[in-house]
Design a protein around this ligand. Structure first.
Ligand code: FES
Length: 125
């Protein structure tokens, strides 16, 4: 929740190059989508497919960003196909359905990035 009392809206993207698709990206995507639905977070979380982030060895990867109103609203947006390193961008590697659900619950639902699932060298914002 933002200080002004307005709920933050997030955008989740799951990479979907062939390697991560083979390693379960579709299951991760479906689990995240179901978790958003189950927790009634649809108004606060958009889910999109990303491209390949060049980190297939660590995938499937899930990226969480704060959604800007001026940003893309559709899934399959080119904005979800790359990492830009902006503040508020979190890359979660090694995703599986249970981890994706935990991220929806904590990061989106409680505005708390899941430190235990972030890379050890990720900036803590
Ligand atoms: S497809 Fe996931 S990083 Fe390449």
């Amino acid at each position: 929740m933002l200080r002004s009392g307005v709920a933050r809206v997030y955008r989740l993207a799951v990479c979907k190059g062939p390697n991560c698709a083979f390693n379960g990206a579709n299951e991760v995507f479906q689990a995240a989508k179901q978790a958003v639905e189950d927790r009634g977070l649809g108004a606060r979380c958009l889910i999109a497919w990303g491209g390949c982030y060049g980190m297939c060895a660590f995938g499937p990867n899930l990226v969480v960003r704060v959604h800007e109103e001026s940003g893309p609203a559709e899934s399959l947006s080119s904005a979800d196909f790359r990492l830009v390193g902006e503040a508020g961008e979190y890359l979660y590697p090694g995703m599986d359905p249970a981890r994706a659900r935990a991220i929806v619950e904590e990061h989106v639902g409680r505005d708390r990035p899941v430190s235990a699932l972030l890379p050890a060298n990720a900036p803590r914002r």
